[in-house]
Design a binder for this molecule. Sequence first.
Ligand code: SF4
Length: 689
Amino acid sequence: AAMRKSRIKRTKTVCTYCGVGCSFEVWTKDRHILKIEPQTEAPVNGISTCIKGKFGWDFVNSEERLTTPLIRKGDRFVEATWNEALDLIASKLTELKDAHGPDSIGYIASSKCSNEENYLFQKLARAVMGTNNVDNCSRYCQSPATAGLMRTVGIGGDSGTIHDIASSDLVLVIGANPAESHPVLATRVKRAHKLHGQKLVVIDLRKHELAERADLFLRPKPGTDLIWLSAVTKYIIDQGWEDDSFLENRVDGLDKYVQSLETYTLDYAEEQTGLSKADIIQLATMIHEAKSVCALWAMGVTQHMGATDTSTAISNLLIITGNYGRPGTGAYPLRGHNNVQGACDFGTMPAWFPGYEAVQDDAVRARYEQAWGVKLPEKPGLNNHQMVESIHEGKLRALYLFGEDMALVDSNSNHVEDAFDKLDFFVVQDIFFSRTAQFADVILPAAPSLEKEGTFTNTERRIQRFYKVFEPLGVSKPDWEIFQEIANRLGANWHYKHPGEIMAEAASLAPIFAGVSYERLEGWNSLLWPVAADGEDTPLLFKEQFGFPNGKARLFPVEWTPPFEAGEEFNLHLNNGRLLEHFHEGNMTYKSEGITHKVPSEWLEVSPELAKEREIESGALVRLTSPYGQVKVRVEVTDRVQGNELYLTMNSTDEGSAVNRLTSSYHDRITHTPNYKEMGVKMEVLEPS
Ligand code: SF4
């Protein structure tokens, strides 16, 4: 037995399934995963995990993994060597750049891959290819939250830690479903609520698990969050409940902001949101009576046409009530992917270098130009929404995309696929033959987290290392190694031998990472940015200073944008979101037997009222039609939804039921995040039960 035990390898890794950032040991023998074992040393989760972290790893050994480069020949893909594939990519990209300029190529990064990989990818786009056309999937989810925080507090990250949330007097959960999307974080809230008297308010269209436990659960009309938030804030000010000393000492812009609230009376809010005046007063009173309030929000807020403004309104409410800079207070946009925070932090965004320094800032650009030895473009690049439109306009000719199934996750997928069809050249780098890969000219096989080293940054801004468990399958390679090979074929001279060297370079250039190093992140250690050069990290932001030059927060007046109306014919409102067991587009979890045997497919939630009206039962097959497409899906009748509200889980890899066949190309006007949550549909019954 001792012999057998000694052949078992234990390796620390960080979960790739959500922004909570649980870490644990993977026990392996050869290529077999024996078990996942969380340890008390894990800074976020201790000994907890959820089903995805515990059982979601079979995909690593899936027979469907890409194990060799593929090159398109007509309608087929043929196997190629790395040299053939990389030489083709280098020559095609050079040809297109020479013929149409550097901005004719776009680069789509991955929120599932490491900080170091995202750093190198933006360096490839900017320094080697000369364009800022680089973006990541935060455009589909949390960009509006980041923008709302940048406007008001100057830093686009969570204010504190998950521990801080658990210590709060009152937690507001707005348009988020943490029990399924951020399960271990949700257990902290559930425990604080049950055992320590924490108050919980949930505002959502759907009565999910936390809503059932909440002290107050409110269901406003879709797309009206800005109105009730502003009405609550106005009511607090009208009662004289604002935090005067905080406002006087730490905040700019009070007078103009107070004027901007005039419209948001209780009468107006009641009429527009469907919440009663008593509800709004009760919520305002709970906020007033709590010593500390934190606000958690996610895509129920951010996937709307007015999403940045609603995120701003949440932050305004926290500022007015002095709820920043103390434990238990602050703003917590809940990051969905394991490294969506890190992908943004490390510069895969069209207007920002790593560490949120603007590409238009001459001094910052000069710093990067000197370090990289090149002239850098000044103009912000296209975001991924603009890239799709630019392809349709014939301007963007090529795309290089890694670790992202854009054909499945971008809204209005028919429109996105039509764009892919028009590309002169398309490189897709992934671990699986994704829906997007079908449109590629070259497909490169990448290695998942268990087959490489790197760091991820969770929703708390916590940077953690993960270590290599297995060798890459077949001839697949870590993404950062592929970028280096392509960059060198395009004239660069990169010699990174280990991701630690990439992190050292990022730390030398971006002030918020100044004190970050692989040595300091060894094992279970972690650091929360900003990390000063002397090594001090920052679990809680804004204790003394906000992120603007004068150190003060800024109240930012906002106006309501009515939600998109699809037309009378499409009179059912389709909401969508995650499911505990599956991860996002399902590329990994639908290939993990430990999970699919429990939840093999997606479904549509229909209210008991609507089911009765349409004479259907659970198990019925229906067709949903929007102005943009159709899907067929099975029904579950449940009182989690009410009236004409429908809810479709979004984790489908099945062509016939993917929600983005229905969603539109309309978007938040500031960040271009699609309005996934504002969809009108009609429903036809194909089989009643
Ligand atoms: Fe992974 Fe998130 Fe589950 Fe933790 S809560 S195990 S990070 S999916």
